[in-house]
Design a protein. Structure first.
Lengths: 414, 172
């Protein structure tokens, strides 16, 4: 093609009038453009090779793996309890949901019952994480598209959820609060009041945010009709979460396969119609409001009782028992030194993360460690759809589309 | 999904694919079937078109060095309408483990199969773009195989030899 163009240029102006009109335009060459790995909109370390025809994207190849840490291999070297700390480092914006996903796979394998209070605490922590993650998504995606002030509001509001994480687990992000059979600690004194204040103030803050964006004409122009994916294509591409629901597929793990007692909470699953970036934005904002509804119900109906299973084969005995009971000391020693063993078999357990279905496929060979742990990360599956979504759009829209997919590279690369 | 609800599906599969269906089992409510590698695409096509398993969850493999065949390759699919799941398994043998790709049936398995090739070294015949995805393209070895040791970088001490090299030669 380059030769043709040079030949045209050599025949040059002056010799004959240049043909005019789009059908006579010289054939263009596609340019390859590297976006990332240090592009601010990649939210992690992602490199996308774009093939450009002028300003139009013809093809894209996402190059992932920059944050590959080998968690799946590491799981094989650690006991089931130790593995919990790996799980929150994968999707570092919603660690409680990863914790619950991981232990629910182990609980399914060994068949242990989780007491109702532990389930309610898990639900509270997961919904807080969902709000925090969606807030951060709002802030960063807005920032990518030029809403600078929104970022500060979103970050401020997200910190309220992280404060609650910290007050409960001592850590703002990597909570590691679950244990097989329950949760590590009961809720501290005064925590529910702090949570209630959070539930009370958040709707107003969301209203503020929405008044800035939802009817903003610039926001509409950047997002409406951009990155449209039909329900059929979304299923074919394997996307989940708000991206799938924005395309009109009513699939939410919390409703379809309730876990942790989600069937006892009254909430709606927002479903979109257009499958564009704007619908994905609306899904996430609506989901935050639903999460607040779930949180309020969890606070109102928080069951009493133990917060971890009484099965001494999987859960540590309470500290008070250790000075009185030899048996408790033996259980404690066995659990801390070598953990517990699971039966031979393989299970798949899954939860609804802010990004979609987060699954853990656990293969056990009867020892105290996973023989194989395959994580089904929602970010990985959603990012796979990027290639299809960006074909034919402008480069600037790639930023909006990448933002609307809400992938976390730690989750994607593991 | 209870035993009774899933049993008819296994029966239908057993009737239709007598030769190919090697094993079916249920553990903790998860249904697994083991299919002869030669018939995987055919069974997958049937599951998608006639049983409504439209949604691929993941594909992966498990390495069992002591077993023959060594690798179990796993695809798990779901029917969004019926809310059922089935785990489709097949096997691959050393030294050149390969199974048919299911990207023609479920396009979503594209990246999952690439990842399985990358980390476990299973070749997927008919995959449109089988290259490494998480590890660098130049990487040697398959990290999730059991004989690939974590933290396995060789550390040379002065009293050790590595591959015929004298310690001093290594230190330079």
């Amino acid at each position: 093609m380059a030769e043709t163009r040079i030949a045209q240029e050599e025949s040059g102006p002056g010799t004959e009038p240049l043909p005019f009109g789009p059908e006579h335009e010289p054939p263009t060459e596609w340019m390859e453009l590297n976006m990332g790995p240090h592009h601010p909109s990649t939210h992690g370390v992602l490199r996308v090779r774009l093939k450009l025809d002028g300003e139009i994207v013809r093809d894209a190849d996402a190059d992932i793996g920059y944050l590959h840490t080998g968690f799946e291999k590491s799981f094989e070297d650690k006991t089931y309890t130790q593995g919990i700390t790996f799980s929150d480092r994968m999707d570092y914006l919603a660690p409680p949901i990863n914790n619950v996903g991981f232990v629910s796979a182990v609980e399914k394998l060994i068949g242990v019952e989780v007491p109702p209070r532990a389930q309610a605490i898990r639900v509270i922590m997961m919904e807080l994480a969902r709000v925090a993650s969606h807030e951060l998504w709002l802030g960063t995606t807005g920032l990518d598209l030029g809403v600078y002030s929104g970022f500060f509001y979103a970050w401020r509001d997200r910190d309220l959820a992280l404060d609650l994480n910290e007050a409960y687990s001592g850590v703002r992000m990597m909570t590691s609060f679950t244990r097989v059979g329950g949760v590590a600690w009961d809720l501290p004194d005064g925590w529910l009041d702090q949570l209630q204040r959070f539930i009370d103030v958040m709707p107003g803050k969301l209203d503020d945010f929405e008044s800035m964006l939802t009817d903003n004409p610039i926001w509409h122009q950047r997002l409406k009709g951009v990155g449209v994916i039909s329900a059929q294509d979304a299923i074919e591409a394997g996307v989940t979460g708000p991206v799938l629901r924005a395309s009109g597929v009513n699939y939410d793990v919390r409703k379809a396969f309730p876990y942790c007692g989600y069937e006892n909470y009254d909430f709606d699953v927002p479903v979109g119609t257009n499958g564009d970036c704007y619908d994905r934005y609306r899904m996430r904002v609506a989901e935050m409001r639903q999460s607040l509804r779930i949180l309020q119900q969890a606070v109102d109906n928080l069951p009493g009782g133990p917060w971890i299973s009484a099965d001494r084969k999987v859960a540590l005995p309470p500290r008070a028992e250790l000075s009185k009971s030899m048996e408790a000391v033996i259980h404690h020693f066995r659990l801390v030194s070598e953990g517990f063993k699971g039966p031979v078999g393989d299970v798949y357990a899954f939860v609804e993360s802010p990004r979609g279905e987060l699954g853990f496929y656990l293969v056990s060979d009867g020892t105290n460690k996973p023989y194989r742990m395959k994580v089904r990360p929602p970010s990985f599956c959603n990012l796979q759809a990027l290639r299809k979504l960006v074909q034919g759009v402008l480069v600037a829209d790639v930023i909006a589309i990448m933002g609307s997919l809400d992938f976390i590279l730690g989750d994607c690369d593991r | 999904m209870t035993v009774n609800a899933s049993a008819p599906l296994v029966e239908r599969l057993g009737e239709r694919f007598k030769q190919a269906l090697q094993e079916s089992s249920e553990f903790r409510g998860d249904l697994s079937i083991v299919i002869d590698p030669a018939s995987v695409v055919e069974v997958a096509r049937y599951l998608k078109d006639e049983e409504g398993f439209d949604y691929l969850l993941y594909a992966t493999a498990v390495d069992w060095p002591a077993r023959e065949p060594r690798f179990t390759v796993v695809w798990e699919v779901r029917s969004l309408a019926d809310k059922t799941r089935i785990r489709l398994k097949t096997t691959a043998t050393m030294p050149d483990p390969h199974v048919p790709s299911l990207t023609s049936v479920w396009p979503a398995s594209n990246w999952h199969e690439r990842e399985t090739w990358d980390l476990l070294g299973i070749k997927f015949d008919g995959h449109p773009d089988l290259r490494r995805i998480l590890m660098p393209q130049s990487w040697e070895g398959f990290p999730l195989r059991k004989d690939y040791v974590s933290f396995g970088e060789p550390v040379i001490f002065s009293d050790q030899k590595l591959e015929g090299l004298e310690p001093d030669a290594i230190r330079g």
